[in-house]
Ligand binder design. Structure first.
Ligand code: ADP
Length: 468
């Protein structure tokens, strides 16, 4: 319904704009062409009258006239005769020319408004106009100057409507063409709008399908193209891709978590079954309880991790923020962890003074502990760990470098996934959640953790956090 209305609205506005433009163009054309026509009419009038000037002659005696040319007209005039040549155009194309005596007496020719112009004085070489019955007439006079003709005038008249006739043809044509043009344009516009909005229909259909079938693998296919709707479809497809990945990761996480919980649970159940089979000694009971406690701790750790991920994901306010002195945090964590000295590894640190950050102290120290623990876990015998804190390019940077076993290039991005453990990890130690937790904490603070590593030489994990 909405789609139709957009289509309709586009066509409506388009058509309305078109009608306006066409009307405006026609008005402009009529106005200009009317001006041109009126000028042409006046020029034509002047030309005909001027041509007629040479067609009038005076003769003293009829004997002087060459009478063989018997189509000419003769009028007795004063002491002689006027000869009006047969080329004299008294009525041509609605332009009328008449020969007048100075006292307004019409001697020869035609004038349809002779009575009305009788009061209009002769004006040699000037176009005058008068209105007769709401119609405008142009008048052009020429005084004859040849011998014997001094008191005679030629007067031409023409109605301005001579041109209106031509203009009205234009009007008639446009009256047929304008609605036709508008009709054609609206049908065309509607068709183009329908075509242009077609992809939106496809986008809606796919989105509907995804909603109904819960299938995030579906994609919008508009075929080739680069226009805005194709870009919109691409954005939607990207979003579906990301959502699909996120849901997939979520599913994977749940399945991995249940798997990880099942193992200690099985151990606990097996241990209980075994110990309850027959009466045991106090030592055996203690041993069994210790196993159960160990497995219980493992489960509790995992459950806590899962809770933390959920809280970080939802940005819950469980983790309040404050101004944390990162310099102090790094110093205290490193001082404590340097005491581990596992595998003879030594830890050194270098922290820039007075570095503070608005964040969650507990999470930031957990991140650092995770990175240092990994550096110990994947470090070599008698190796080194170097922790460094500095400010650069408006960012807080904290790196943990080790000279341990390193990570293969293909695995460097995967290690941030939840439960992912690279080939180099000795199974059983961790759960593959340390780095994903570190990354999640970095993101919670608007930053990220990146890794640079060379297998056999060591790794550097760097946290960058944007400073306000
Ligand atoms: P885990 O519990 O296995 O340590 P993590 O998420 O902390 O899980 O790390 C994921 C994987 O990344 C580890 O299994 C290990 O293969 C690799 N890794 C992490 N830190 C280092 C490091 N400093 N040096 C080499 N490999 C590392």
């Amino acid at each position: 319904m909405k789609r139709l209305s957009i289509r309709f609205r586009i066509t409506f506005w388009f058509t309305a704009a078109l009608i306006l433009v066409v009307l405006f163009t026609y008005v402009a054309i009529f106005f200009v062409s009317d001006q041109i026509l009126q000028k042409t009419i006046r020029d034509n009038l002047i030309e005909i009258v001027e041509d007629n000037v040479d067609e009038v002659e005076f003769y003293q005696s009829i004997a002087d006239v060459n009478l063989s040319d018997d189509v000419d007209h003769f009028i007795r005039y004063g002491e002689g005769y006027l000869e009006i040549d047969d080329d004299f155009l008294d009525a041509v194309n609605q332009v009328y020319t008449a020969l007048y005596q100075e006292d307004d007496v019409l001697l020869y020719g035609e004038n349809p408004i002779s009575r009305q112009v009788s009061g209009v004085g002769f004006a040699d070489g000037h176009v005058q106009h008068i209105h007769v019955d709401d119609r405008k007439y142009y008048i052009f006079d020429r005084k004859l100057t040849e011998d014997g003709l001094e008191e005679l005038w030629l007067r031409g008249v023409v109605s301005e409507e001579q041109g209106t006739v031509q203009n009205s043809t234009l009007i008639q044509i446009s009256i047929i063409f304008l609605p036709l043009l508008v009709l054609l344009a609206s049908v065309g516009g509607y068709w183009i709008a329908a075509r242009a909005l077609g992809p939106i229909q496809e986008i809606c259909r796919t989105a509907d399908q995804i909603g109904r079938e819960n299938d995030l693998k579906k994609r919008i296919d508009l075929g080739g193209g680069q226009d805005e709707l194709h870009q919109l479809a691409d954005s939607f497809n990207d979003m579906f891709e990301k959502l699909d990945k996120a849901f997939e990761a979520e599913r994977q996480f749940t399945s991995n978590a249940s798997h990880e919980l099942r193992t200690p649970m099985s151990v606990i159940l097996a241990q209980c079954e075994y110990i309850l089979e027959e009466p045991r000694t106090a030592g055996e009971y203690e041993e069994a309880l210790k196993v159960i406690q160990r497995q219980g701790k493992k489960m509790s750790g995992l459950i806590n991790d899962m809770l933390d991920f959920a809280r970080l994901d939802s940005h819950s306010d469980r983790y309040g923020k404050e101004n944390v002195s990162v310099t102090e945090l790094v110093t205290s964590v490193c001082t404590d962890m340097a005491l581990i000295r596992e595998k003879g590894i030594s830890l050194r640190f270098d922290a820039e003074n007075d570095v503070t950050f608005y964040g969650n102290r507990e999470l930031l120290s957990r991140l650092l502990i995770n990175l240092i623990s990994n550096a110990y876990r994947y470090g070599r015998e008698d190796g080194h760990i170097f922790v460094r804190l500095w400010l650069g390019n408006g960012k807080l940077c904290l790196s943990v470098a080790d000279d341990g076993i390193g990570i293969d290039r293909e695995e460097q991005q995967k290690i941030f996934r939840r439960f992912y453990q690279a080939d180099n990890s000795r199974s059983g130690i961790g759960l593959g959640l340390g780095l994903s937790m570190a990354q999640e904490i970095a993101r919670f603070h608007g930053g990220e953790v990146i890794v640079e590593s060379t297998p056999g030489k060591g790794s550097v994990f760097t946290l960058t956090l944007p400073m306000p």
